[in-house]
Design a binder for this molecule. Structure first.
Ligand SMILES: [Fe+2]
Length: 210
């Protein structure tokens, strides 16, 4: 209700509220080509005693932001890729693209550069305008900034994909070292669980991988 009132009051009189990470039950089918985590989970179910009773986690969330709400530069937690679908409103998604000589895999990069510095010279910025019905898939370990240009309702989720598993491993490592500095979620252990299942899948389902 506070969000609705703030939206209706408008940008001059209202508060700028941004409600992130509203937990949602899993309602979308896993992307058949991108959600390697889902495939690995199903394939390795029951193989490891410690994980046997661990249900497949919901990686979905909702997002409601009033006009002008913004979220400063960060990477999403623990090497996950991100999918977001804008239901209504407008989101501006600023994506960092490393310039030559800049490497987001490097620990030195995140230790020596302030990710929150809006004048960062190490990367170019690509801006994606997302309107109602638009959907974005973002690679893991991508610094990004988000501005709500018009009050927006979104639903999204995390996934782990084998084609970007290198970026996932970089993101996992960076978050292990600098979690509270470079990301916006205190902890997300479900990502670690799914990575374990991917490793099991690799070992058990792919001949010769031992
Ligand atoms: Fe994010």
């Amino acid at each position: 209700m506070d969000l609705l009132e703030a939206h209706q009051a408008g940008p001059e009189d209202g508060k700028v509220l941004n409600c992130l990470d509203i937990p949602l039950p899993r309602s979308r089918a896993p992307h058949p080509g991108l959600s390697t985590d889902s495939h690995a989970y199903a394939t390795t179910e029951g193989l490891w005693t410690a994980d046997r009773n661990h249900a497949y986690p919901s990686l979905d969330w909702g997002l409601i932001g009033c006009n002008d709400a913004h979220h400063y530069w960060h990477v999403d937690v623990n090497g996950v890729a991100t999918q977001v679908l804008v239901r209504c409103g407008v989101k501006l998604w600023f994506l960092a693209r490393p310039k030559p000589g800049c490497d987001f895999a490097s620990t030195d990069f995140f230790l020596n550069n302030d990710i929150h510095d809006t004048t960062n010279k190490e990367w170019d910025v690509e801006v994606v305008v997302l309107r109602g019905g638009d959907e974005l898939y973002m690679r893991p370990n991508t610094p990004h900034l988000v501005i709500t240009a018009e009050s927006a309702v979104c639903r999204g989720g995390y996934l782990i994909c084998y084609t970007t598993i290198r970026e996932t491993s970089y993101g996992l490592f960076h978050c292990a070292i600098q979690n509270r500095v470079i990301t916006n979620v205190a902890e997300f252990n479900e990502a670690l669980f799914l990575v374990r299942r991917l490793v099991m899948y690799w070992v058990h389902a792919i001949p010769g991988s031992e």
